[in-house]
Design a binder for this molecule. Structure first.
Ligand code: F6R
Length: 259
């Protein structure tokens, strides 16, 4: 079972996770971070940027979860652009150590296996930040994705395209396809940290944590992971049956343990 931490707000979640990442980098200066895009992880990146002055970051690498297919890399909403703007620049990571799946149509056939090779060559992800879609996706593994899946092209659901339309001028500009780490890829990371805020995520969080393991709920894959931490606000936690138990467990956790 994942450890569930219910926090007061997104900023508190950002501080908690940034502390864990800072501790990881201090312990392992060549740490490999798994980077999610979207709105959810922004407080983590902001809090990490505030801690960056005290960290040795030259050896840190990062791997994005996913990328749109067929969107120019230079487009401001390509995940390469987003990661550069929201993560690499504010924190001060070495851009040469930041990997994003290659969504260019010309090379898309081999892009998945190339990304898998790069992940293995880097020694695997130490800490993977995850958000969850309202339909339960993690990465862009939409409902029905295999728990054994590796990096590959997927078709975004209409729901995900609607959810992401806020980043584009109109909903039909949201690409139809993406390339995403698979659930099998994500499960190889040594520590998963899934964040979710707001009522709109409550169903996806409850189904992922307390529902049955099911390809229909890709987030439920985290139940298979030996070290998964879920950090949610009260609204995202509002449909968890064991919320009081999670609070009790966290409140009584030995201080040295971290997340
Ligand atoms: C992003 C990603 C997605 C998002 C999810 C939630 O790289 O892979 O799984 O984490 O769509 O998006 P937000 O955080 O914008 O609600």
């Amino acid at each position: 079972m994942a450890e569930v931490v219910i926090v007061g707000n997104a900023q508190a979640a950002g501080e908690l996770v940034a502390d864990a990442i800072a501790a990881l980098i201090t312990r392992k200066p060549d740490a490999v971070l798994g980077l999610a895009t979207g709105s959810t992880p922004l407080p983590v990146y902001q809090a990490l940027a505030q801690r960056a002055g005290g960290l040795e970051l030259a050896g840190v690498s990062g791997f994005a979860l996913d990328e749109y297919v067929g969107l120019a890399v230079s487009h401001p909403e390509s995940y390469r652009s987003v990661i550069t703007r929201e993560v690499v620049e504010p924190i001060g990571l070495d851009p040469h150590r930041i990997h994003v799946p290659d969504g260019r149509s010309e090379t898309i056939e081999s892009a998945g296996s190339d990304y898998e090779k790069a992940l293995v060559a880097a020694g695997g992800v130490d800490l993977q930040i995850l958000g969850v879609g309202t339909d339960g996706h993690i990465g862009f593994n939409e409902p029905g994705s295999s728990f054994a899946s590796l990096t590959r092209v997927k078709t975004l659901t209409e729901q995900t395209r609607r959810d992401n339309a806020r980043f584009f001028d109109s909903p039909d500009q949201v690409p139809m396809h993406c390339i995403t780490q698979g659930l099998g890829t994500i499960l190889r990371a040594r520590h998963l940290v899934l964040l979710a805020f707001g009522e709109g995520k409550a169903d996806a969080i409850a189904a992922s944590l307390e529902g049955p393991l099911a390809a229909m709920v890709p987030g439920s894959a985290i139940q298979l992971h030996p070290h998964a931490t879920v950090v949610v606000d009260e609204a995202a936690a509002s449909k968890l049956r064991l919320a009081d138990y999670y609070r009790y467990t966290y409140a009584n956790k030995p201080g040295w343990q971290g997340i």
